[in-house]
Design a binder for this molecule. Structure first.
Ligand code: HEM
Length: 504
């Protein structure tokens, strides 16, 4: 007689199914009817953590779909995460700096990603008010922002000249280059020279490569504090970045080409007793902030322009009408105001480029604003509904959810170059300020948002104007997620770059 019959198997299967079904509806659950709906999960404690880590963008879009696009709750590694994407709810979250706090999250990132010592991370938090003021001042005050933009455009011109020379020396006047690497070399190095000075860039020619290795090979291992021996390369790359910046801090008097912004920050932090090592980590934080969203946006905007039929011609026509050729010619002068004509054009006279900038951010940006619920919180957006959030939970705004909401952005999967251009100019008239959230908000609202637009337009407009570029591997899909670590792991999109005959 068989010991295990098919009846046994059916009974066992039934029990497993019953357990799983109970688990699905009992694990977690809502603590009150006003808490956002919980997305069911199968694995206790861990919840949806694996799915989130695998592809957080797809995970959030899926959960949003099954919850009919209302706020929802997911369990990630033992914590409830409340997910919001309605513009009014997001505004209410950003306004609430009292019971929704970023401190815990910031500390975590300071320690594990940028490698601060715990005591330095705490001290940096205590003195944030003043160094944050310096960030805001230099990045948002129009006159100071102009200084940074001017320096950036000069350095960018220098990078373009290097590429021109390389093209001149190439055998057939063409260079085959990986798209992302090209942007890192142009935009990344020009930004580096702007903030930390040419001397620092020359002394550390591997700075951008170290950033790439650290982020591509190490972002998640570093975040989870994986042992160094398992991931020696990204840890070593981070160490070299710390040392390069610490050396700059120690020798600040011999680096007059550093931006006054970073100098002012350095002098303040030094006056507060922050060591060169701590400031090495702090400059790594500035490096992350100023490049890891900007370079992907520049790269993806460029690839879209090269891919959409007729768009290169439209962008060139816009640049021509705005007087780009004369402005670039004028910028060759070494006088301080030589860049004024170019600055007057970027971005105000380039509505199509502006729209492309926003559309690229909409499609690809994956930023996640995170706040910790440090006291029971009632949250009321304009929808009239009040949500109750439990202490200990985490509030997240994945901007991709708002950016893919078809009520705000019809045909969300399609790249529409003129989506954010006024209708009177032939665009679709969507409002970027109301429906896009790539820069977060509230107390940590990205201070680099104004410079970032100029950084990207300076790069992309400059490239489209100066070079004829074709994508070699046209079948290679444009990656959806614009996070640097993800992009750097994707197969390269190769460009054939030639000098454009401007006289033709
Ligand atoms: C496409 C370009 C950029 C995007 C999408 C972006 C996005 C963001 C986001 C989402 C945050 C966090 C906001 C939050 O927590 O709510 C942030 C913070 C920050 N960003 Fe940007 N950023 C960009 C470019 C820049 C640039 C070019 C700079 C500097 C030159 C910069 C400097 C900063 C700084 C310093 C912070 C930290 C603010 C704080 O801790 O209070 N960002 N950025």
């Amino acid at each position: 007689m068989d010991l295990i019959t098919s009846t046994h198997l059916y009974i066992a299967g039934g029990i497993v199914l019953l357990y799983a079904t109970l688990l699905r509806f009992t694990v977690g659950g809502k603590s009150s009817k006003d808490e956002p709906n919980q997305i069911p999960h199968w694995i206790p404690v861990i919840g949806h953590a694996f799915r989130f880590a695998l592809n957080k963008r797809e995970f959030f879009l899926w959960a949003d779909r099954i919850n009919a696009k209302k706020p929802f709750t997911v369990l990630l590694g033992g914590r409830k995460h409340y997910i919001f994407s309605d513009p009014a709810d997001c505004a209410a979250i950003h306004k609430n700096g009292k019971s929704l706090h970023i401190r815990g999250f910031v500390r975590f990132i300071y320690l594990y990603i940028w490698g601060f010592l715990p005591e330095d991370a705490d001290r940096m938090w205590e003195i944030k008010q003043e160094w944050h003021r310096i960030d805001l001042d230099w990045l948002l005050d129009p006159a100071k922002n102009r200084v940074i933009t001017q320096t950036y455009l000069r350095h960018l011109e220098g990078q373009f000249k290097d590429l021109d020379n390389a093209l001149e020396q190439s055998e057939k006047g063409v260079l085959r280059q990986a798209g992302l690497k090209t942007v890192v070399d142009l935009q990344g190095k020009a930004t580096g020279a702007t903030l930390w000075g040419e001397t620092t860039m020359k002394l550390n020619p591997g700075l951008m490569d170290d950033l790439t290795v650290m982020v591509r090979d190490g972002f998640w291992p570093l975040l989870f504090n994986a042992p160094r021996w398992m991931f020696p390369k990204p840890y070593a790359a981070r160490q070299r970045l710390h040392e390069a910046f610490a050396d700059m801090i120690t020798n600040i008097d011999d680096r007059p080409d550093m931006s006054v912004y970073v100098q002012e920050r350095t002098r303040y932090l030094t006056s507060q007793g922050m060591s060169a090592q701590c400031q090495g980590a702090d400059n790594l934080r500035t490096m992350f902030a100023s490049l890891l969203n900007s370079m992907p946006t520049g790269y993806l905007a460029l690839v879209h322009i090269l891919t959409e039929p007729g768009l290169v011609d439209d962008v060139r026509a816009e640049l021509e009408n705005a007087g780009w050729a004369d402005a670039v010619a004028a910028s060759a002068d070494s006088r301080d105001d030589a860049l004024e004509p170019l600055i007057a054009i970027i971005p105000d006279k380039l509505p199509l480029m502006r729209s492309i900038w926003y559309e690229t951010l909409r499609i690809h940006n994956n930023s996640l604003t995170v706040r910790e619920v440090i006291a029971p919180t009632e949250l009321s957006g304009k929808s009239g509904r009040t949500w109750r959030l439990e202490k200990g939970g985490v509030v997240s705004i994945p901007c991709g959810l708002m950016h893919y909401n078809e009520k705000l952005h019809p045909d969300p999967d399609g790249f529409h170059p003129g989506r954010f251009m006024e209708k009177t100019l032939g665009g679709e008239g969507e409002s970027a300020s109301r429906t896009l959230k790539p820069f977060g908000g509230g107390s940590t609202h990205c201070p680099g948002r104004v410079f970032a637009e100029k950084q990207m337009i300076g790069l992309v407009a400059g490239m489209i104007w100066r070079y004829d570029m074709t994508i070699v591997n046209k079948k290679q899909k444009i990656p959806k997620v614009g996070e640097f670590d993800n992009l750097a792991k994707q197969p390269a999109i190769w460009l054939d770059v030639r000098t454009r005959d401007l006289a033709a």
